[in-house]
Design a protein around this ligand. Structure first.
Ligand SMILES: Nc1ncnc2c1ncn2[C@@H]1O[C@H](COP(=O)(O)OP(=O)(O)OP(=O)(O)O)[C@@H](O)[C@H]1O
Ligand SMILES: [Mg+2]
Length: 252
Protein backbone atom coordinates (compact mmCIF):
# COMPACT_ATOMS: atom_id res chain seq x y z
CA UNK A 1 0.00 0.00 0.00
CA UNK A 2 1.36 3.38 -0.95
CA UNK A 3 1.62 5.81 1.90
CA UNK A 4 -1.46 7.88 2.69
CA UNK A 5 -0.54 11.51 2.90
CA UNK A 6 -4.02 12.76 3.76
CA UNK A 7 -6.97 10.94 5.24
CA UNK A 8 -10.46 12.40 5.73
CA UNK A 9 -13.15 10.34 7.42
CA UNK A 10 -16.78 11.01 8.14
CA UNK A 11 -16.39 14.71 7.41
CA UNK A 12 -19.45 16.75 8.31
CA UNK A 13 -19.65 20.48 8.04
CA UNK A 14 -22.44 22.72 9.25
CA UNK A 15 -23.16 26.30 8.21
CA UNK A 16 -25.12 27.21 11.32
CA UNK A 17 -27.74 24.49 11.61
CA UNK A 18 -27.49 23.43 8.01
CA UNK A 19 -25.39 20.35 7.32
CA UNK A 20 -23.52 20.98 4.06
CA UNK A 21 -21.26 17.89 4.06
CA UNK A 22 -22.84 14.61 5.10
CA UNK A 23 -19.98 12.33 6.08
CA UNK A 24 -17.29 12.39 3.41
CA UNK A 25 -14.63 9.64 3.40
CA UNK A 26 -11.76 10.28 1.05
CA UNK A 27 -8.04 9.72 1.28
CA UNK A 28 -5.03 10.53 -0.77
CA UNK A 29 -1.77 8.86 -1.61
CA UNK A 30 1.34 10.88 -2.17
CA UNK A 31 1.62 12.66 -5.54
CA UNK A 32 -0.79 12.97 -8.41
CA UNK A 33 -3.99 14.89 -8.98
CA UNK A 34 -7.43 14.18 -7.60
CA UNK A 35 -10.22 16.11 -9.32
CA UNK A 36 -13.38 17.02 -7.39
CA UNK A 37 -16.36 17.38 -9.68
CA UNK A 38 -20.07 17.89 -9.12
CA UNK A 39 -22.87 20.37 -9.64
CA UNK A 40 -22.89 23.85 -8.20
CA UNK A 41 -23.61 23.75 -4.48
CA UNK A 42 -22.57 20.11 -4.08
CA UNK A 43 -19.98 20.98 -1.42
CA UNK A 44 -16.69 20.80 -3.34
CA UNK A 45 -15.32 24.13 -2.14
CA UNK A 46 -16.71 23.56 1.34
CA UNK A 47 -14.84 20.26 1.55
CA UNK A 48 -11.63 21.66 0.03
CA UNK A 49 -11.54 24.57 2.44
CA UNK A 50 -11.98 22.24 5.40
CA UNK A 51 -8.71 20.50 4.52
CA UNK A 52 -6.51 23.41 5.59
CA UNK A 53 -8.91 24.92 8.11
CA UNK A 54 -9.97 27.85 5.99
CA UNK A 55 -13.35 27.80 7.76
CA UNK A 56 -11.74 28.58 11.12
CA UNK A 57 -12.43 32.28 10.77
CA UNK A 58 -16.14 31.81 10.09
CA UNK A 59 -17.73 31.54 13.50
CA UNK A 60 -20.96 29.83 12.41
CA UNK A 61 -19.15 26.89 10.79
CA UNK A 62 -18.76 23.59 12.66
CA UNK A 63 -16.53 20.86 11.26
CA UNK A 64 -16.50 17.29 12.56
CA UNK A 65 -14.76 14.10 11.48
CA UNK A 66 -11.18 12.96 11.10
CA UNK A 67 -8.54 14.85 9.13
CA UNK A 68 -5.02 13.44 9.19
CA UNK A 69 -2.00 14.88 7.43
CA UNK A 70 0.77 12.27 7.58
CA UNK A 71 -1.08 10.79 10.53
CA UNK A 72 -1.29 14.09 12.40
CA UNK A 73 -4.61 15.60 13.42
CA UNK A 74 -5.17 18.72 11.32
CA UNK A 75 -7.81 19.93 13.79
CA UNK A 76 -5.67 19.43 16.90
CA UNK A 77 -6.10 22.50 19.13
CA UNK A 78 -2.35 23.15 19.13
CA UNK A 79 -2.04 22.99 15.33
CA UNK A 80 -0.34 26.10 13.94
CA UNK A 81 -2.72 26.99 11.12
CA UNK A 82 -0.27 29.37 9.46
CA UNK A 83 2.21 26.51 9.10
CA UNK A 84 -0.59 24.13 8.14
CA UNK A 85 -1.56 26.41 5.24
CA UNK A 86 2.04 26.31 4.05
CA UNK A 87 1.99 22.50 4.11
CA UNK A 88 -1.42 22.49 2.47
CA UNK A 89 -1.26 25.46 0.11
CA UNK A 90 -4.21 26.91 -1.74
CA UNK A 91 -4.79 28.49 -5.14
CA UNK A 92 -8.11 30.21 -5.76
CA UNK A 93 -10.31 30.81 -8.77
CA UNK A 94 -9.35 34.45 -9.08
CA UNK A 95 -5.61 34.94 -9.23
CA UNK A 96 -4.87 37.07 -6.20
CA UNK A 97 -1.41 38.54 -6.39
CA UNK A 98 -0.51 40.98 -3.62
CA UNK A 99 -0.06 44.51 -4.96
CA UNK A 100 3.69 44.31 -5.02
CA UNK A 101 6.45 42.92 -7.21
CA UNK A 102 6.56 39.45 -8.71
CA UNK A 103 9.61 38.69 -6.59
CA UNK A 104 8.01 39.88 -3.37
CA UNK A 105 4.86 37.89 -4.07
CA UNK A 106 6.78 34.65 -4.37
CA UNK A 107 9.10 35.44 -1.46
CA UNK A 108 6.20 36.39 0.81
CA UNK A 109 5.76 33.10 2.68
CA UNK A 110 9.50 32.61 3.14
CA UNK A 111 9.86 36.08 4.60
CA UNK A 112 7.03 35.50 7.03
CA UNK A 113 8.98 32.38 8.05
CA UNK A 114 11.90 34.68 8.84
CA UNK A 115 14.10 33.92 5.83
CA UNK A 116 16.22 37.01 5.16
CA UNK A 117 19.24 35.63 3.31
CA UNK A 118 19.08 37.11 -0.18
CA UNK A 119 20.82 34.15 -1.84
CA UNK A 120 18.27 31.74 -0.36
CA UNK A 121 15.35 33.96 -1.33
CA UNK A 122 16.72 34.40 -4.87
CA UNK A 123 17.17 30.67 -5.26
CA UNK A 124 13.69 29.83 -3.94
CA UNK A 125 11.98 32.50 -6.01
CA UNK A 126 13.69 31.22 -9.15
CA UNK A 127 13.02 27.54 -8.48
CA UNK A 128 9.37 28.22 -7.62
CA UNK A 129 8.81 30.31 -10.73
CA UNK A 130 10.46 27.57 -12.78
CA UNK A 131 8.29 24.90 -11.18
CA UNK A 132 5.22 26.99 -11.96
CA UNK A 133 6.39 27.28 -15.59
CA UNK A 134 6.45 31.08 -15.58
CA UNK A 135 10.17 31.81 -15.08
CA UNK A 136 11.02 32.43 -18.73
CA UNK A 137 8.20 34.92 -19.06
CA UNK A 138 9.09 37.00 -16.00
CA UNK A 139 12.79 36.52 -15.28
CA UNK A 140 13.70 39.97 -16.60
CA UNK A 141 10.82 41.69 -14.82
CA UNK A 142 10.98 40.30 -11.30
CA UNK A 143 10.62 43.74 -9.79
CA UNK A 144 7.61 44.72 -11.82
CA UNK A 145 4.21 44.67 -10.15
CA UNK A 146 2.53 41.27 -10.27
CA UNK A 147 -0.67 43.14 -11.09
CA UNK A 148 0.80 44.08 -14.48
CA UNK A 149 0.68 40.45 -15.63
CA UNK A 150 -2.10 38.68 -17.53
CA UNK A 151 -4.62 36.56 -15.63
CA UNK A 152 -2.92 33.33 -16.67
CA UNK A 153 0.48 34.65 -15.65
CA UNK A 154 -0.94 35.86 -12.34
CA UNK A 155 -2.40 32.43 -11.70
CA UNK A 156 0.98 30.81 -12.29
CA UNK A 157 2.50 33.41 -9.90
CA UNK A 158 -0.10 32.29 -7.33
CA UNK A 159 1.05 28.71 -7.86
CA UNK A 160 4.72 29.76 -7.52
CA UNK A 161 3.86 31.62 -4.33
CA UNK A 162 2.23 28.50 -2.90
CA UNK A 163 5.16 26.32 -3.99
CA UNK A 164 7.80 28.60 -2.46
CA UNK A 165 7.11 27.37 1.05
CA UNK A 166 7.46 23.72 -0.05
CA UNK A 167 3.93 22.48 0.50
CA UNK A 168 3.11 18.79 0.47
CA UNK A 169 -0.37 19.33 -0.81
CA UNK A 170 -1.80 21.95 -3.12
CA UNK A 171 -5.52 22.70 -3.14
CA UNK A 172 -6.86 24.40 -6.26
CA UNK A 173 -10.43 25.67 -6.47
CA UNK A 174 -11.35 26.13 -10.14
CA UNK A 175 -7.92 27.60 -10.88
CA UNK A 176 -8.54 28.05 -14.60
CA UNK A 177 -12.21 28.96 -14.79
CA UNK A 178 -11.54 32.71 -14.80
CA UNK A 179 -8.94 32.40 -17.56
CA UNK A 180 -9.06 32.50 -21.34
CA UNK A 181 -8.51 29.08 -23.01
CA UNK A 182 -4.86 29.71 -23.89
CA UNK A 183 -3.95 30.79 -20.36
CA UNK A 184 -6.02 27.95 -18.92
CA UNK A 185 -4.06 25.53 -21.01
CA UNK A 186 -0.74 26.91 -19.77
CA UNK A 187 -1.89 26.56 -16.16
CA UNK A 188 -3.06 23.00 -16.86
CA UNK A 189 0.33 22.13 -18.30
CA UNK A 190 1.95 23.52 -15.19
CA UNK A 191 -0.19 21.26 -13.02
CA UNK A 192 0.65 18.25 -15.18
CA UNK A 193 4.34 18.96 -14.68
CA UNK A 194 3.89 19.25 -10.92
CA UNK A 195 2.01 16.06 -10.43
CA UNK A 196 5.12 13.89 -10.02
CA UNK A 197 6.22 15.94 -7.03
CA UNK A 198 3.08 17.19 -5.37
CA UNK A 199 -0.23 15.90 -4.19
CA UNK A 200 -2.89 18.12 -5.69
CA UNK A 201 -6.64 18.32 -5.20
CA UNK A 202 -8.41 20.37 -7.82
CA UNK A 203 -12.04 21.42 -8.05
CA UNK A 204 -13.18 21.79 -11.63
CA UNK A 205 -16.40 22.17 -13.58
CA UNK A 206 -14.64 21.04 -16.71
CA UNK A 207 -15.03 17.33 -17.38
CA UNK A 208 -12.42 17.55 -20.10
CA UNK A 209 -9.98 19.18 -17.71
CA UNK A 210 -10.60 16.53 -15.07
CA UNK A 211 -10.04 13.77 -17.60
CA UNK A 212 -6.94 15.43 -19.07
CA UNK A 213 -5.05 16.17 -15.89
CA UNK A 214 -6.27 14.04 -13.01
CA UNK A 215 -5.37 10.54 -11.91
CA UNK A 216 -8.44 10.10 -9.80
CA UNK A 217 -11.83 11.77 -9.78
CA UNK A 218 -14.32 12.22 -6.95
CA UNK A 219 -17.93 13.07 -7.71
CA UNK A 220 -19.86 15.11 -5.16
CA UNK A 221 -23.60 15.65 -5.13
CA UNK A 222 -25.67 17.42 -2.47
CA UNK A 223 -22.92 17.27 0.13
CA UNK A 224 -22.21 13.57 -0.40
CA UNK A 225 -19.37 11.77 -2.09
CA UNK A 226 -21.15 9.63 -4.67
CA UNK A 227 -18.13 7.96 -6.22
CA UNK A 228 -14.37 8.13 -6.31
CA UNK A 229 -12.54 6.25 -8.99
CA UNK A 230 -9.61 6.12 -11.29
CA UNK A 231 -10.20 8.98 -13.74
CA UNK A 232 -10.18 6.78 -16.83
CA UNK A 233 -12.69 4.41 -15.30
CA UNK A 234 -14.79 7.29 -14.02
CA UNK A 235 -15.24 8.78 -17.46
CA UNK A 236 -15.55 5.53 -19.40
CA UNK A 237 -17.51 3.31 -17.12
CA UNK A 238 -18.38 4.74 -13.70
CA UNK A 239 -19.75 2.49 -10.99
CA UNK A 240 -22.73 4.72 -10.16
CA UNK A 241 -25.59 5.61 -12.46
CA UNK A 242 -25.68 9.08 -10.92
CA UNK A 243 -22.07 9.67 -11.95
CA UNK A 244 -22.89 8.57 -15.48
CA UNK A 245 -25.85 10.96 -15.58
CA UNK A 246 -23.73 13.85 -14.37
CA UNK A 247 -20.76 13.39 -16.67
CA UNK A 248 -23.00 12.93 -19.66
CA UNK A 249 -24.72 16.23 -18.87
CA UNK A 250 -28.08 14.91 -17.78
CA UNK A 251 -28.12 17.09 -14.67
CA UNK A 252 -26.12 19.78 -12.87
N1 LIG B 1 -20.50 30.80 3.77
C1 LIG B 1 -21.58 30.03 3.64
N2 LIG B 1 -22.64 30.16 4.47
C2 LIG B 1 -23.73 29.39 4.35
N3 LIG B 1 -23.87 28.42 3.44
C3 LIG B 1 -22.87 28.24 2.56
C4 LIG B 1 -21.68 29.03 2.61
N4 LIG B 1 -20.84 28.62 1.62
C5 LIG B 1 -21.49 27.63 0.99
N5 LIG B 1 -22.70 27.39 1.54
C6 LIG B 1 -23.67 26.36 1.12
O1 LIG B 1 -23.04 25.09 1.19
C7 LIG B 1 -23.39 24.28 0.07
C8 LIG B 1 -22.13 23.85 -0.67
O2 LIG B 1 -21.52 25.00 -1.25
P1 LIG B 1 -20.11 24.96 -1.96
O3 LIG B 1 -19.70 26.38 -2.20
O4 LIG B 1 -19.19 24.11 -1.19
O5 LIG B 1 -20.44 24.23 -3.33
P2 LIG B 1 -19.55 23.98 -4.62
O6 LIG B 1 -19.69 22.54 -4.95
O7 LIG B 1 -18.18 24.50 -4.39
O8 LIG B 1 -20.30 24.84 -5.72
P3 LIG B 1 -19.71 25.65 -6.99
O9 LIG B 1 -19.44 24.60 -8.01
O10 LIG B 1 -20.85 26.54 -7.40
O11 LIG B 1 -18.51 26.40 -6.55
C9 LIG B 1 -24.35 25.12 -0.77
O12 LIG B 1 -25.65 24.78 -0.40
C10 LIG B 1 -24.05 26.53 -0.33
O13 LIG B 1 -25.17 27.36 -0.46
MG1 LIG C 1 -17.06 26.02 -5.30
Amino acid sequence: MAEKILVTENVRLYYGEKEALHGINLDYRKYGITALIGPSGSGKSTYLRALNRMHDLTDYVTVTGTFLLNGEDIYAPNMDTVQLRKQIGMVFQQPMPFPFSIYDNVAFGLRTDGVKDKAILDEKVESSLKAAAIWDEVKDDLHKSALSLSGGQQQRISIARALATSPEILLLDEPTSALDPVSANLVENTLIQLREQYTMIIVTHSMSQASRISDRTAFFNQGKLIEVNDTKKMFLNPDQQMTQDYISGRFG
